[in-house]
Design a protein around this ligand. Structure first.
Ligand SMILES: Nc1ncnc2c1ncn2[C@@H]1O[C@H](COP(=O)(O)OP(=O)(O)O)[C@@H](O)[C@H]1O
Ligand SMILES: [Mg+2]
Length: 1033
């Protein structure tokens, strides 16, 4: 914040300095900054400089001085409005929009009521200023359909009021001939929700008489110039202003600056937008027309000198338009009604009296119509939007300015008295209250001399001694009161008053400027000489037609009637009360010249206005004092966010809080003073910087609050989500628990059934155990499927069946074994088959008989044991080369040539085949490799039995069986084997097991064969499945 504030302050200072250096040319924009602030000439100079640069606005603090430029400056565009919307008062060049905006925003922030007093001479630009303010609000206020409706009515009430209440005068082509106070009501959001208009003393005399160069109220000309043919015909009017005696006296029915035709259209449109009914509009124009007709009524004197009416067409139209019998009108215009006791007596008028009564009637009709119009407008503007919320108002007071003509009548007297009153109010609200406030707050005050016009106000309005009082008395006094007796009475009462002069009272020199029937008031704004009022004017009209027209509003004749002057006085008192309850703002309008000319700055004229508008006093007060003051509470309330100690709440008194706050903001001691209840700030810029800081701070606060709120909202969302989550979770858990319970219940049932089944498993099939048994079966089968023996020889692997599956298991085992065998057999090659068949043969001979047989099982038999390689060859003798059949045999270490012919012993195969009761071959049961071949000893060719040892015992013997194609000739013998050494001579071979293999001739002459005991356990595992296979055969 610090930096941006500093930057902003610097910029503002630069701007201010910039405008200071430019002041030689354009002057300064706030008189408070004027060095020679006590000099009227300096003020005038500054105004002139600015005027010449088309800068018509200048401030004195918050008071706006405006000089009528009499030309379009292009400074009231929508763009300009946007520029001034919501901007600090002192940040931009002075403008009526800046003031309007400042009032509006102060009203919104402080929620109180305000009024803008627009004062100045006639033609100085007051009405324009008030319109500009209204237009600014119309654009800058919040807009809704309903509010826009109110806005349109507020805006359009102006052309209607101006048509009926404004006229061309010498001073101003659009001079307001009535005082206007308009309330604009705002709701708490700043929307314009309604309005109310108070009107003050319409200059009715203008209806019947206009000075040279002046006109009656615009509406007459608008109607005659712009009214539709039909309408005019219906009203009996000619389209020519010259036809109407009430419109020709000023001899200027046509004005170049006024377009009656188009204004008529505007007014017609406005009337319908404001929702005047067609019949009301008709009646309204009927009255306007009737005033014109009335003006044309002429009287002639009869023989007695009394007024009589020509049988003129006007009476006909009057009767038609006002709806009054012609007779009544006729009598009413020519007779006065005198009430004598209980009787009413008609006394005839002279011609003069009749003319006077006619004019009075015209004025009364017009005056009351105007009042009616204002009431209608108020009805239309009444707040229909909201009654609920608090409303604040901004009042716009556009009152006729101080006026001096060559001839000044009663109306000028009222107007000037009104200005006198407002000046008094201004004095009270600013100068006097300013000084008083300083005193009250205990702040040093350098006294500012100013002229207090209370003395003039008193001169006019004081009870019993004031001019109005005297006037009342004279008017209501029985007996003959004339204008001259009234003047004498005034001289008698006011004689010696510094502000009252008559021909008689004046000194020699002044007397020359005064006529005998005149009296002169020294107003605060200047001297005005009034023609002594015709007392007749003041009397309440007793005219029959007026009574007929407005019977209910006639004051009760029994009561002492109020004169117009008294009525006006009370309405001003009412106005003062309205204004005193509100915060004042001022716009001081000035006219630069009397000729309504652009670019002409009449020093004398302006100097005069500067003086009587009290600008010098105001300026002096401003300079002596402080630009800004606020109650501690309000100041603290607004700016407390700027200091951490005072935000959000200050515990001590408001004054202490403000002290703390301004210390924190770095106010210099000479920049502010602490009063009893208020803080006083000397320079606008100090406040301005503070306001800027507040602007920035406000946004930050808003962001913070927003963040908090968002957080709160998000937290709410989160809580809701969490709740929802918990709910879902609960439901889900519930559902899961229920499922779990169902599952468990089911499980319990199943388990129970299972257990029951288990317990009854051995009983015959019944309800209880079928399921269990089915399960057991299935379970066994499935398990079996996974645990089947992998090989044919695996006899151990077979899942133990449950009792009920015993039989099935056996059958399955058999089936499966068969299946495996088949598979195995199908997979065996031819050679292997042969080999195995041989092995099968061996098995049939030795299985279970010879101890080392199992060891032979794993070793496949070969077809020949001649090591490595043998091939039959023919050998040629070295000598004589006789071929001999030989066998060439390679072993691992040599090559042998073996002669076939050298057979040592031959046993014919037939020998094995022959039927014989003793075995041909014997082997022991033990693990030796001996075989005894029992050769038939009777055969002398045989040398005897052969005792042989053969490493491939089983192979050799099996092959022998194959050769012999028989195998029952082999006997496996336990203990010893008898054999024939030679026929008739026996030998023995003893077999036994021992620690090591030994073969020796025992002492008994037997051959002892000791073989190592071998375990009978099969040395093979499933690796050699071909061999295992043999076990089954
Ligand atoms: N700000 C302005 N810019 C241009 N012309 C203006 C301005 N103020 C007033 N005038 C001119 O001066 C005339 C008189 O102004 P008006 O407001 O009717 O005076 P007042 O109400 O004080 O008698 C207007 O009709 C208009 O021509
Ligand atoms: Mg005006």
């Amino acid at each position: 914040i610090g930096q941006s504030l500093e930057e902003r302050c610097n910029r503002i200072l630069r701007d201010m300095e910039g405008s200071l250096t430019a002041r030689d040319r354009v002057g300064i924009q706030d008189f408070v900054l004027l060095d020679a602030y006590t000099s009227e000439s300096a003020v005038l100079d500054n105004l002139r400089k600015r005027f010449n640069e088309n800068l018509i606005y200048t401030y004195i603090g918050t008071l706006l001085v405006s000089v009528n430029p009499y030309k379009e400056l292009g400074i009231y565009t929508k763009k300009q409005m946007d520029i001034y919307m919501g901007v600090n008062f002192f940040e931009l060049p002075p403008h009526i929009y800046a003031l309007a905006d400042n009032v509006y925003r102060t009203m919104l922030t402080e929620t109180n009521n305000h009024f803008i007093l627009i004062s100045g001479e006639s033609g100085a630009g007051k009405t324009e200023a008030s319109k500009k303010i209204l237009q600014f609000y119309a654009v800058s206020c919040p807009s809704t359909k309903l509010l826009d409706n109110v806005r349109d009515r507020l805006l359009l009430s102006n052309p209607v009021l101006e048509a009926f209440g404004n006229a061309k005068t010498l001073k101003n082509d659009n001079s307001s001939r009535f005082g206007k106070y308009m309330d604009i009501q705002f709701d708490h959001m700043g929307g314009a929700v309604g309005g109310h208009i108070l009107s003050y003393l319409l200059e009715k005399s203008r209806v019947v008489h206009q000075n040279h160069g002046e006109r009656s109220f615009h509406i007459f000309y608008q109607l005659v110039e712009g009214g539709e043919e039909d309408l005019l015909r219906w009203l009996g009017l000619e389209r020519n202003c010259q036809c109407y005696s009430y419109l020709v006296q000023g001899e200027c029915a046509k004005v170049s600056s006024v377009n009656d035709k188009s204004d008529w259209k505007t007014v017609r449109k406005a009337l319908s937008v404001i929702e005047f009914s067609e019949s009301n509009i008709e009646s309204l124009f009927a009255i306007i027309a009737s005033v014109l007709h009335l003006g044309n009524v002429t009287f002639v004197a009869d023989s007695q000198g009394y007024a009589t009416l020509n049988n003129s067409p006007e009476i006909h139209w009057l009767s038609k338009l006002l709806g009054i019998p012609a007779q009544v009108i006729q009598v009413g215009l020519t007779h006065r009604k005198i009430e004598a006791r209980s009787e009413e007596v008609l006394s005839p008028f002279t011609v003069d009296q009749a003319v006077y009564a006619k004019d009075a009637l015209a004025k009364a009709i017009y005056g009351r119509t105007f009042t009616w119009l204002v009431n209608e407008l108020n009805e239309s503007l009444a707040n229909k939007v909201s009654d609920l919320f608090q409303k604040t108002v901004i009042g716009l007071l556009d009152i006729y300015g101080f006026e001096v003509f060559s001839v000044n009548s009663f109306e000028q007297f009222c107007i000037n008295y009104c200005n006198e009153k407002l000046q008094q109010l201004f004095i009270q609200l600013t100068l006097k209250s300013e000084q008083e406030e300083y005193e009250m707050e205990g702040i040093e005050w350098e006294s500012v001399p100013y002229f207090n016009n209370k003395i003039i106000c008193d001169l006019v309005e004081a009870k019993f001694k004031g001019i109005i009082s005297v006037l009342d008395e004279e008017c209501l006094r029985p007996g003959e009161a004339t204008d001259m007796t009234f003047l004498e009475k005034l001289e008698e009462k006011m004689g010696g008053h510094a502000h009252f002069v008559t021909h008689k009272l004046a000194d020699q020199k002044t007397r020359k400027t005064l006529e005998r029937g005149d009296f002169r008031l020294l107003h605060y704004a200047g001297e005005v000489t009034y023609k002594i009022f015709h007392l007749q004017v003041m009397r309440q009209s007793k005219n029959a037609i007026v009574k007929h027209c407005f019977p209910s509003t006639e004051p009760d004749s029994k009561k002492r009637p109020e004169t117009v002057a008294t009525q006006f006085k009370s309405s001003l008192v009412g106005l003062t009360e309205i204004l005193m309850s509100k915060e004042p703002w001022y716009v001081r309008c000035m006219k630069p010249n009397e000729g309504k000319k652009p670019g002409l700055f009449d020093d004398v004229l302006v100097r005069h206005q500067v003086k009587y508008l009290g600008l010098m006093e105001h300026l002096r007060v401003r300079r002596a004092g402080f630009a800004y003051r606020r109650r501690y509470e309000i100041f603290l309330q607004r700016y407390k966010p700027l200091c951490p100690d005072t935000w959000p709440n200050w515990k001590g008194t408001a004054a202490e809080g403000v002290e703390c706050l301004v210390k924190h903001l770095g106010y210099k001691p000479d920049e502010y003073k602490m009063g009893r209840t208020k803080i006083f700030i000397r320079h606008p810029r100090t406040l301005f910087a503070t306001e800027d800081a507040f602007e920035v701070c406000k946004h930050e606060l808003a962001t913070r609050i927003q963040a908090k709120y968002k957080g709160y909202r998000v937290k709410g969302d989160y809580m809701r989500q969490r709740q929802a989550a918990t709910k879902i979770e609960t439901c889900w858990r519930g559902m899961k628990a229920r499922r779990e319970r169902e599952k468990r219940a089911w499980a319990v049932k199943v388990i129970k059934r299972f257990i029951k089944g288990f317990m009854t498993r051995n009983q015959p099939a019944c309800v209880d155990n079928t399921e269990y048994l089915a399960f057991v079966r299935q379970n066994y089968l499935t398990r079996l499927k996974e645990n089947l023996p992998k090989t044919v020889v695996d006899k151990n692997t077979w899942l133990t069946p449950p009792p009920i599956m015993q039989e099935a298991s056996q059958m399955l085992r058999k089936l499966y074994t068969r299946h495996m065998v088949r598979r195995y057999v199908q997979g065996i090659m031819t050679e292997r088959k042969a080999q195995l068949q041989i092995k099968g043969l061996t098995s049939s001979i030795f299985k279970g008989t010879k101890e080392n047989y199992p060891h032979s099982v794993g070793i496949p038999f070969v077809d020949t044991r001649i090591s490595k390689y043998s091939v039959p060859v023919v050998k040629y003798d070295r000598n004589g080369f006789r071929p001999r059949f030989r066998q060439l045999i390679y072993t691992g270490s040599a090559a042998y040539l073996v002669e076939e012919a050298k057979i040592k012993q031959r046993v014919d195969v037939k020998f094995f085949l022959s039927q014989w009761n003793s075995p041909r071959v014997s082997v022991s049961t033990l693990s030796d490799n001996f075989l005894i071949l029992h050769v038939q000893c009777e055969d002398i060719k045989q040398k005897g039995d052969l005792v042989l040892q053969c490493d491939y015992l089983f192979e050799a013997l099996t092959k022998l069986c194959l050769v012999a194609n028989k195998h029952n000739f082999i006997k496996v013998v336990q203990g010893s084997v008898k054999f024939d050494i030679q026929p008739g001579r026996e030998g023995f071979v003893d077999f036994k097991s021992g620690q090591e293999t030994m073969i020796y001739r025992a002492k008994n002459g037997h051959l002892m064969v000791v073989s190592m005991k071998l375990k009978t356990v099969w040395p093979f595992n499933s690796q050699n499945e071909q061999i295992h296979f043999l076990n089954y055969y």
